[in-house]
Design a binder for this molecule. Structure first.
Ligand code: G6P
Length: 365
């Protein structure tokens, strides 16, 4: 067991640390010398579909929320994201002009497979993003884009999520390229920023001391909030899921601007809040939401870009992430959230790799 864990105490920590490598592997052969994104055998013509659906469960669904943002921004094709168990029963408007992207680490999740089959019945083409190319979902899909995360053992998904994200980035750039709407200089800058991500994740992993201390400070709390806007909100959802799964502490992710419509009532003296604030165009907006919770006594940990040193004036603690293209911050900002969950669960003495009531792969409805 110790050998399999490569010297790490748990598979989850090992898998968190494997992310620089799995990002590199997932990008390998997808970028040519001219900095074009290539997908051999993927003969997708964006003009053939007028809408994209992204479907998954759990962490895969959260990756889809980022995927929507990226694909819409780069291609201007409308994208809807659905939880597989909702999609399959809601009579979705899917037809032969739709591209359905199913996302599944295992490739065996029953609801995601059923959503794929429902999409086929309605005439759509289905592309699977999966970590297991021999899986049922990969076999049934029309196109398969494998994530190269390697076997993921811990129930709480980490490296599969970031591999799914980088796949969405590549796919978004590819679709925009094929559509002919992507400016060459912009494409090159995007691809160069992608290539820097593995090293940037390494830098975050090398400096986890503050996150361990933060984990100690929240381990006995009953309730916690994650807030953010835009892409930061999508990452907040994933951070909250990670914490729930392995620490059993209740948490909620909220769109920062929506707090005052309800959840602000739950904020009191000492409520911990993790605020993601990586989107520079929304920075001031989120700062004003942070001030609202600070005024009610919350303890706020901010996760932001290194350039935003002035965030120290507003929050109690700051975790800095390196600068990248605004679309790509989720790959960096999720890493401290994974580590916070891990160290909180470790401090509580929980069974980190096999949390109670949960399974790695849900093959029944
Ligand atoms: C389970 C796992 C999660 C995972 C979800 C979807 O709930 O515990 O980590 O995100 O299933 O799994 P999939 O294999 O389809 O990505």
């Amino acid at each position: 067991d110790q050998v399999e864990k490569g010297g790490f105490e748990h598979f989850m920590l090992k898998e968190i640390h494997e992310q620089p490598l799995t990002l590199r592997k997932t990008m390998l052969d997808r970028i040519n010398k001219e900095n074009d994104v290539v997908f051999e055998g993927l003969d997708l013509t964006p003009a053939d579909f007028d809408k994209i659906y992204i479907i998954g469960c759990g962490t895969a669904y959260h990756a889809g929320l980022i995927g929507k943002n990226v694909i819409e921004k780069l291609t201007r094709i409308p994208v809807e994201v659905d939880i597989a168990s909702e999609f399959r029963y809601r009579d979705p408007i899917v037809n032969d002009k739709s591209l359905v992207i199913v996302v599944s680490q295992s490739g065996e999740t029953a609801d995601t497979l059923a959503a794929l089959q429902e999409s086929h019945r309605r005439g759509a083409k289905v592309l699977a993003i999966t970590n297991v190319p021999s899986s049922t979902i990969a076999r049934d899909a029309d196109y398969v884009v494998p994530t190269m995360a390697g076997p993921e053992i811990a129930v709480a998904s980490t490296k599969a999520y970031t591999a799914q994200l980088i796949t969405f980035y590549l796919l978004g750039i590819y679709l925009a390229q094929e559509k002919g709407t992507l400016d060459d200089l912009y494409r090159v800058s995007l691809v160069q920023a992608l290539k820097e991500l593995p090293m940037q994740v390494e830098n975050i992993l090398d400096d986890a001391y503050e996150l361990k201390l933060f984990a100690q400070s929240i381990k006995n709390k009953k309730n916690l909030f994650f807030i953010g806007r835009g892409l930061d909100f999508a990452v907040a959802l994933e951070g909250s899921l990670k914490l729930k799964e392995i620490s059993y502490i209740h948490s909620e992710a909220y769109a920062a601007g929506e707090l005052k419509h309800g959840s602000l009532a739950l904020v009191e003296e000492g409520t911990p809040i993790i605020a993601l604030i990586t989107q520079q165009d929304l920075y001031e907006k989120t700062v004003s939401n942070i001030k609202e919770v600070k005024a009610r006594g919350a303890d706020v940990m901010g996760i932001t870009l290194e350039v935003n040193v002035d965030l120290f004036n507003v929050v109690d603690e700051v975790c800095f992430i390196p600068k990248t293209n605004a679309l790509f911050t989720p790959i960096l900002s999720v890493v401290p959230l994974q580590l916070i969950s891990y160290y909180t669960s470790l401090a509580l003495g929980n069974d980190i790799d096999k949390p109670r009531n949960l399974a790695k792969s849900v093959t029944v409805e």
